[in-house]
Structures are given as structure tokens and as C-alpha cells.
Ligand binder design. Structure first.
Ligand code: HEC
Length: 144
């Protein structure tokens, strides 16, 4: 796998705002509890879906509607108390039709956006994850 550090210039906007609100836990629902990550970069994760994404994420019977936001919290410890940052996917009609119209971000603690856009590294894994029975519309988390 080719690891691209930083996106290509057109997709790398250091001034980007996070795709999810700061108070997301007030409106999003936790769809996967604290678990060890299947992605080797990370230790432990929790996953949250916004109200638009919730049905698609939890039932896997309908596509994600436009505006769906899915947030993965990344933690350093197995109790999921030491937050390390987030990765985010938001579905935006016309944003990237060849890759499911997902807009990808990595966001640091403090909400600085460190990666943003049509990120090839995220797409490549998530396209593979999107194959049943392990995924749905490019999400990777398995039901446990
Ligand atoms: C090496 C493969 C891989 C790469 C690269 C990858 N992911 Fe993931 N991603 C996963 C896996 C596996 C999960 C399921 C949760 C877990 O085990 O961490 C996941 C879960 C997620 C989720 C939660 C929704 C879900 O269930 O899929 C988001 C959001 C996410 N990743 C965003 C990103 C972003 C943004 C990038 C690029 C910066 C990225 N991912 C790159 C493998 C990957």
C-alpha cells in the first residue's frame, strides 16, 4: 500500500473546518461501542452516526443519504478514555461520484483538520470494506 502523507494540493485545505459539530455527542448516536480497531494504525475506537446516517449505519438495508456523517473516535487506551483524534466521512452529492461521494477528514484533538478532501488512502481501504458482509456503502466497521 502506498501511504500518502498529506493530500494532493487541490484536496489539502489547511483552513478546512471539521465536518462534524463540536457538540456531536448531543445529537449523534454511538453505533459501535469501544473496541480494538481493525485498522493497524490505531488502538481503540468508538463510532458515532448523525441522525441522517443512523438508519443506514445501523440497519445496513438502505444507502447512506446525502448529508450522512460518520465519525470515528480514536483512543489510546482500551477503556476509550484517552482521545487521540477523529476520522470522519460525510456524503456530499457530486463531491466524488467515483468514490461514493464521500468527503474524508482526519481531525486532531483540538479540532485542527490535518487531512481533508478526496483522500485516496481512505478511499482505497473503504472501497474494499464496502463489500458484504463486512461493510455497507464503504463503511468498514463490522457488527459485533
Ligand atoms: C488500512 C485500512 C483503512 C484506511 C487506510 C482507512 N480506514 Fe477508516 N476504517 C477502517 C476500518 C477497519 C474501520 C472499522 C473500525 C476500526 O476497526 O477501526 C474504519 C472505520 C472508519 C470510520 C467509521 C465508519 C466505518 O464503519 O467505516 C470512519 C469515519 C473512517 N474509517 C474514516 C477514515 C478516513 C477519514 C481515512 C483516511 C484518513 C480512513 N478511514 C482510512 C480501515 C481503514
Amino acid at each position: 500500500m502506498v501511504v500518502v502523507l498529506g493530500a494532493c494540493p487541490a484536496d489539502d485545505d489547511p483552513a478546512a473546518e471539521p465536518l462534524f459539530p463540536a457538540d456531536y455527542t448531543a445529537t449523534f448516536r454511538e453505533v459501535r461501542p469501544c473496541r480494538r480497531s481493525g485498522d493497524h494504525d490505531l488502538a481503540y475506537v468508538k463510532i458515532w452516526a448523525d441522525p441522517i446516517a443512523f438508519e443506514a449505519y445501523s440497519t445496513r438495508t438502505v444507502p447512506f443519504p446525502e448529508g450522512s456523517i460518520v465519525v470515528k473516535e480514536e483512543y489510546a487506551n482500551d477503556a476509550c478514555t484517552e482521545l487521540d483524534g477523529w476520522t470522519v466521512m460525510r456524503r456530499e452529492a457530486g463531491f466524488d461520484p467515483a468514490h461514493g461521494d464521500w468527503h474524508w477528514q482526519r481531525v486532531e484533538v483540538g479540532r485542527r483538520v490535518s487531512e481533508d478532501g478526496r483522500l485516496e488512502r481512505c478511499q482505497s481501504c473503504h472501497a474494499d470494506c464496502g463489500v458484504a458482509p463486512d461493510g455497507h456503502d464503504g463503511t468498514c466497521s463490522v457488527v459485533e
